[in-house]
Design a protein around this ligand. Structure first.
Ligand code: ACM
Length: 539
C-alpha cells in the first residue's frame, strides 16, 4: 500500500509539472498567505498527496468557472459549485465553456488525468487559477468537495447578507488524490422512523462533502415498509402507516424514490435499496395475511425488539411475493446491488434460512442485480459475486467471524461495518441522550482508530470492498437527531474509506476534524461537540 501510494504521489506531482521546492520559491508572501488561507492539508478525508507552495488563488467578482465544451456533467458540477459559492461570496461566478487558464478551471480527461481513476482528481492552486483535473466527472465532484474545504468556513453560509468580506482565498499548491476503497457508504434506517425526501436529500448533501459514494437505504423492517409497490400495495399504505412509538410513519412513492436516486446520483452517490428478509418482516406480514404460515396477519408493531418475525419459508406465495418485490425494486435501481438483509432471523430455523437464501439470491440475479446481505448470509451459501456486510463487534464469536473470513477467501466481497466502530447509532458515551449501546459506547476516537485493511484477520485484502457507517433510527426521528449521531463520526469513517493507510494519525485527524466544526455551524448542522475534538471556539 505504502509503495503504491508513493508511486502515485510521484506520478501526480510530476504530471502537475511542479515540485515543492520550485513552487515555494515563487511565493512572494508565504507568511501572509499562510495566515489567511486554510492549509492545503487541512482536508477531511486526508488527501493521498499534498504539495503546498506557490501563490494562493483569490476568488474575485471577475472569477469564471470554466468547463470543457461538450461535457454536460462538468457543466452540472460547475453549476453545483457556483450555487455553493455564490450566497456567501456574492460573486456571479458565471459558468463558461470559453477556453482560458484563469479562474476556477474544471478539466476532464486528457493526458493530465492519467492515473486518477474513477474518482480521483488533482487540484492545483496558484495566482491565476485553481484547476481541478479528473478522468471522470465523479473525480471532478470529489475535487469540488476538497475545494470547498480550502475556502474559509464562512463560505458555507447560505443565509444572511450576501457578499461577505473576503478574501476568498485558496492556498497555493497541488493535491493529488484518489480513494483507497471503492465502497464508502452510509446507511439510513427509514423504517424504524420515516424520513421524508427532503430529509434524505439533506443527509445526502452532508455525506457528499466527505466523499461518501454509497447511500444504503434500509427500506423495510418490522416497524414499517417504506416503498410503494404496484404488485402489493398494502405494504406501503398499511405496512408503512406507523413507526417506532406509534407515529404516522410514511412511505416513498416510486417518484419520490426516483427523486432520491437522482439527487444522490447528481452527487455521485449510488443508492443501494435494502429489503430485509426473512426476518425483520412484521410490516409485510401485518399487511398480507397469506404471507404468514398460519394465514393470520399480526398487528402492526411500534416497539424496538428484534428477531420475532419471519416470512413463511415453505409457502409458495412467499416467493411470488419476493419475485414481485425484487422485480419492482430492481427496476427502480440503476446501481448494481440489491441488499436482502438476512440479519437476526432468530425466528427462522437454520435449515429454513439456508433454503430461503438458496431460493432468493437467484431472483436478485434474474433481475440483473448483485446480492448484498448482512454477514449472516455467510452462514448460508452466498451466491457467486455476493457481498457480505460485516456488522460484528468485539464480542462476536470466533466461529461467526471465521465463516465471514472463509467466505471472503472463496470470493465473497466484504463491506466492513463493525458495530463497535462504524455504527453511528451507538451512544458516544454514557451521557448521550440518543442512541443505543448494545455494542458499547463509540466515541470519535473509537470510530476512527481501526484499519479496514487488517480488521478481519485472515480475509484477503482484495475481498475488502470498503466501509459503511449504518445509522439505525430506533431512537432518532428528526434531522437534528441524525446529524447529532452522524457528526463528527461519519467523517472518521469516510476517512478510513478514502485515505491511504499511512495517513492514519489520531492527533492529526482530530485537528482536521476540529476545523470542520465552523463549517457545520455555518450550515446549521446539529453536531455533537465531542470533548475528544479540539473545536476552535473551545466548546
Ligand atoms: C443489524 O444491525 N441488525 C444489521
Amino acid at each position: 500500500m505504502r509503495r503504491r501510494r508513493m508511486l502515485f504521489s510521484l506520478l501526480m506531482v510530476a504530471a502537475a509539472g511542479m515540485g515543492t521546492t520550485a513552487a515555494a520559491a515563487i511565493s512572494p508572501h508565504p507568511a501572509r498567505a499562510a495566515a489567511t488561507t486554510v492549509p492545503l492539508d487541512r482536508v477531511v478525508p486526508a488527501p493521498a498527496s499534498v504539495q503546498p507552495g506557490g501563490r494562493p488563488y483569490t476568488l474575485g467578482d471577475d472569477t469564471r468557472i470554466r468547463v470543457p465544451a461538450g461535457s454536460w456533467e462538468s457543466r452540472r458540477i460547475a453549476g453545483y459549485l457556483a450555487d455553493l459559492l455564490r450566497p456567501a461570496t456574492g460573486y456571479d461566478l458565471p459558468v463558461t465553456t470559453r477556453g482560458g487558464n484563469d479562474g476556477i478551471v474544471l478539466r476532464l480527461g486528457g493526458r493530465h488525468a492519467r492515473g486518477l481513476g474513477a474518482e480521483g482528481y488533482r487540484l492545483t492552486s496558484g495566482g491565476r487559477a485553481v484547476t481541478i483535473t479528473a478522468a471522470r466527472p465523479a473525480g471532478l465532484f470529489r475535487g469540488v468537495q476538497t475545494l470547498r474545504q480550502l475556502l474559509p468556513a464562512a463560505v458555507e453560509r447560505r443565509t444572511g447578507r450576501p457578499g461577505r468580506p473576503g478574501p476568498w482565498r485558496i492556498a497555493g499548491g497541488t493535491i493529488a488524490d484518489r480513494p483507497r476503497y471503492a465502497h464508502r457508504g452510509a446507511m439510513l434506517d427509514v423504517s424504524r422512523h420515516f424520513f421524508t425526501v427532503a430529509q434524505v436529500k439533506r443527509s445526502i448533501d452532508q455525506l457528499a462533502q466527505y466523499k461518501i459514494n454509497t447511500l444504503h437505504l434500509h427500506l423495510s423492517d418490522d416497524q414499517g415498509w417504506r416503498i410503494a409497490l404496484a404488485s402489493w400495495p398494502r405494504l406501503a399504505t398499511y405496512g408503512g402507516s406507523t413507526q417506532v412509538g406509534g407515529g404516522p410513519g410514511g412511505y416513498y412513492t416510486k417518484d419520490d424514490y426516483r427523486e432520491i436516486v437522482r439527487y444522490a446520483a447528481d452527487r455521485y452517490l449510488t443508492v443501494i435499496p435494502e429489503i430485509d428478509m426473512p426476518g425483520h418482516t412484521n410490516a409485510a406480514l401485518a399487511s398480507y395475511a397469506e404471507l404468514n404460515c398460519d394465514g393470520k396477519a399480526p398487528p402492526l408493531y411500534t416497539g424496538t425488539s428484534v428477531g420475532f418475525s419471519s416470512l413463511c419459508v415453505p409457502k409458495k406465495v412467499t416467493y411470488d411475493f419476493i419475485d414481485d418485490v425484487i422485480r419492482e425494486i430492481a427496476a427502480l435501481t440503476p446501481g448494481r446491488y440489491l441488499h436482502i438483509g438476512g440479519d437476526e432471523a432468530h425466528s427462522t430455523s437454520h435449515q429454513d434460512y439456508v433454503a430461503f437464501m438458496d431460493r432468493v439470491q437467484p431472483v436478485v440475479a434474474k433481475y440483473g442485480k448483485t446480492v448484498i446481505g448482512w454477514h449472516q448470509l455467510t452462514g448460508a451459501r452466498p451466491a457467486d459475486g455476493a457481498v457480505a456486510q460485516y456488522w460484528g463487534y468485539d464480542k462476536t464469536g470466533a466461529p461467526e467471524r471465521a465463516k465471514v473470513v472463509d467466505a471472503a477467501k472463496r470470493g465473497t466481497g466484504i463491506i466492513l461495518s463493525p458495530a463497535d466502530h462504524a455504527y453511528l447509532d451507538m451512544k458516544y458515551d454514557k451521557d448521550s441522550p440518543l442512541g443505543t449501546n448494545w455494542a458499547g459506547y463509540v466515541g470519535v476516537r473509537r470510530s476512527y482508530d481501526w484499519d479496514p485493511g487488517d480488521y478481519l484477520e485472515g480475509a484477503p485484502g482484495e475481498a475488502i470492498l470498503g466501509v459503511e457507517a449504518p445509522l439505525w433510527s430506533e431512537t432518532l426521528s428528526t434531522s437534528a437527531h441524525l446529524e447529532y449521531m452522524t457528526f463528527p463520526r461519519l467523517p472518521a469513517l469516510a476517512e478510513l474509506g478514502w485515505s491511504p493507510a499511512d495517513t492514519h494519525d489520531w492527533a492529526a485527524f482530530r485537528e482536521r476534524l476540529a476545523a470542520q466544526g465552523p463549517r457545520w455551524d455555518a450550515q446549521g448542522i446539529h453536531y455533537y461537540r465531542s470533548p475528544e475534538v479540539p473545536w476552535p471556539d473551545g466548546r
